[in-house]
Design a protein. Structure first.
Length: 234
C-alpha cells in the first residue's frame, strides 16, 4: 500500500496538479484570513473556514479527477488489478495519497494561527476541533469523488460530476428549507455536510458527526472496491 501512496503523491507533484491545488488553496485561504482576521482584528478563524468550504468543494475534484479515470484511459489500471495487493489496499492507497495532499493544503492554517498567536491568544481548542472537521469532511468528499473517478475514463467528466455533487452537498441545507415535508427536511439535514461541520466549528466534537464522516468514507471506498472487483472479473 505504501508504494501506491508514494506513487499517487509523486504523480501530483510530477505534474502541475499538486502545485495548482496548493496555490489555489493558499491564495483563497490567505485572502479570507486577511479579510476576516487581520482587517477585523479578531482571532476567530470561523469565517475563514466557512468561506473555504466552497473552495474545498471545487479543489478536491481537481485532486481526485485523474486518480482512477486516467489509469483506465491509459490502460495502466490492468497493472493495478493484477498487482500483488488486494483491491482494498489499492483503493485505500489511492485515497490516502489524495488525502495526504489535502492535509498538506490544510497545513497552511497552522501558519495563520501562529500569526494570530503572536499578537493575541486564539482559542486553540476551537481551532483544533475545526481542523478535525475540515479533515473529516475533506476525507468524505475525497472518497465520494474517487468513486466518481472510478466510473469513467474521462478526467473532465469525473471533475464536472464531482463539482456538481460537491455543490449539491453544499446546498443541502438551503434545499431543505424549500421543502415542506418535515421528514424529508430532517433527512436532508441529517446528511448535510455543513450541518455536521458546524459542530466542529463551534468547538464541539460530536461523536455522531465523526461517525457520519467516517461512514461516508468507508461506504464510498467500499463502492470503489466493488467497481474494480466487477471490472476484474468481467
Amino acid at each position: 500500500m505504501s508504494a501506491i501512496i508514494k506513487r499517487e503523491l509523486s504523480s501530483y507533484f510530477n505534474s502541475a496538479i499538486g502545485y495548482i491545488v496548493l496555490a489555489v488553496f493558499t491564495f483563497f485561504s490567505g485572502l479570507f484570513f486577511y479579510m476576516y482576521c487581520l482587517l477585523s482584528n479578531t482571532t476567530s478563524m470561523s469565517y475563514v473556514f466557512l468561506s473555504m468550504l466552497m473552495i474545498v468543494m471545487l479543489v478536491i475534484p481537481i485532486i481526485t479527477m485523474k486518480s482512477f479515470s486516467e489509469e483506465r484511459k491509459q490502460k495502466t489500471d490492468q497493472a493495478l488489478l493484477t498487482a500483488p495487493i488486494s483491491l482494498t489496499e489499492m483503493v485505500v492507497g489511492k485515497f490516502l495519497g489524495a488525502f495526504l495532499l489535502y492535509c498538506i493544503c490544510n497545513s497552511v492554517y497552522l501558519i495563520y494561527i501562529f500569526i494570530l498567536a503572536c499578537y493575541a491568544s486564539p482559542d486553540w481548542a476551537v481551532f483544533l476541533t475545526t481542523m478535525l472537521g475540515m479533515l473529516l469532511m475533506g476525507g468524505a468528499l475525497i472518497a465520494i469523488d474517487l468513486f466518481i473517478s472510478a466510473l469513467t475514463e474521462s478526467q473532465v467528466i469525473a471533475a464536472v460530476i464531482s463539482i456538481g455533487v460537491g455543490l449539491l452537498i453544499y446546498m443541502l441545507d438551503s434545499l431543505s428549507n424549500l421543502i415542506s415535508a418535515e421528514w424529508f427536511t430532517a433527512f436532508l439535514h441529517n446528511i448535510s455536510f455543513d450541518a455536521h461541520f458546524t459542530n466542529f466549528i463551534n468547538g464541539i466534537i460530536n461523536i455522531t458527526s465523526v461517525v457520519f464522516f467516517l461512514s461516508v468514507i468507508a461506504f464510498f471506498l467500499f463502492l470503489c472496491v466493488r467497481v474494480f472487483e466487477k471490472r476484474r472479473w468481467s
